[in-house]
Design a protein around this ligand. Structure first.
Ligand code: NCC
Length: 277
């Protein structure tokens, strides 16, 4: 099949990547009486007027010494990932957080102190679990990668006012399919990274999305995270996630300049409301 041009690719994303969160109306959640735990307002209706400009801040080590903090904070909404902190890194990553995407390890691995850490307070939380491709909701509920359901239930009971969602696996796997259909090679059947998921969530809520250090700048480094002394090139290029292919796809729809990419590791994407298909 023919390679899609950037506009066509954007329209594929807009037409198919519809953000979906669990609402408790489907089995097994409906049978388990889970409807009451999920927020009444789904994520795609949480910000009815949307945002004008948004920042997606990757956790890559390359953002260190970028001095991008004030630019990042100037956006109307800022999305961050997992346990990536802002404290002590304000100059490079800013300190505003609107949405935090967390994978199921954050909820289940005690080292992350999910219940107590201030990282997970006063923000909109979006959790996800990389259930296998073939799993239906029943199989997933009984055998998630990491069992996020008990800590989710506990957190919702304790903090009913905090918007906290679980992504529907259909959404993450639809993203995987789009990546596969638009890659030259066969990619591994593992879900996309939190980074790719976050970019698509912001494209559905914002008129413009500025993504920082997802595609590496000239500061590219093997330092995995800006907040940790751990070196592994796979963090940037991928091992488990089809990271390389996600990044190639995002680069194809970049509307920012070469200079922005090189100096800031910044990609500029139109939100879905800004494109006509
Ligand atoms: O590392 P992680 O990702 O939390 O990073 C968040 C997103 O930032 C982008 N990134 C990160 C580092 C880097 N050098 N380059 C990048 O582009 C990616 O888009 C990434 O998604 C995840 O996606 O959820 C992931 O989570 C970690 C880990 O589970 C959490 O940090 C919690 O400790 C995964 N690492 C391991 O499981 C060991 C990682 O594979 C994916």
């Amino acid at each position: 099949t023919r390679k899609l041009n950037p506009q066509e690719l954007l329209c594929v994303l807009k037409n198919r990547a519809h953000v979906r969160t669990l609402d408790g109306k489907e089995a097994p959640f409906s049978n388990l009486g889970w409807e009451k735990y999920f927020p009444k307002v789904p994520l795609n209706k949480l910000y009815p007027r949307g945002f004008s400009t948004c920042a997606v801040v990757s956790s890559a080590g390359a953002i260190l010494n970028s001095s991008l903090g004030s630019e990042i904070d100037s956006h109307d909404a800022v999305l961050r990932f997992n346990s990536a902190p802002t404290r002590n890194y304000e100059k490079d990553v800013g300190n505003k957080t609107t949405v935090r995407i967390i994978n199921s390890q954050i909820l289940t691995n005690p080292s992350h102190h999910f219940t107590d850490s201030s990282l997970y307070k006063d923000v909109t939380l979006v959790a996800w679990d990389p259930s296998p491709y073939y799993a239906d909701l029943h199989m997933w509920y009984h055998k998630p990668d990491y069992n996020l359901f008990p800590p989710y239930e506990k957190h919702r009971k304790k903090n009913p006012g905090q918007p906290f969602y679980i992504l529907h696996p259909k959404f993450t796997w639809e993203l995987w399919k789009i990546i596969q259909e638009n890659s030259d090679e066969k990619i591994q059947p593992n879900p996309p990274s939190s980074g790719f998921i976050g970019i698509l969530i912001m494209m559905s809520m914002c008129k413009k999305v500025h993504v920082y250090e997802y595609i590496p700048s000239y500061r590219q480094t093997d330092l995995c995270h800006y907040h940790e002394q751990y070196y592994d090139a796979a963090c940037t290029l991928g091992a488990y996630h089809p990271l390389l292919y996600e990044k190639i796809l995002i680069q194809r729809i970049n509307q920012g300049t070469e200079d922005n990419l090189l100096r800031k590791g910044k990609v500029i994407l139109p939100g879905f409301s800004s494109i006509q298909c």
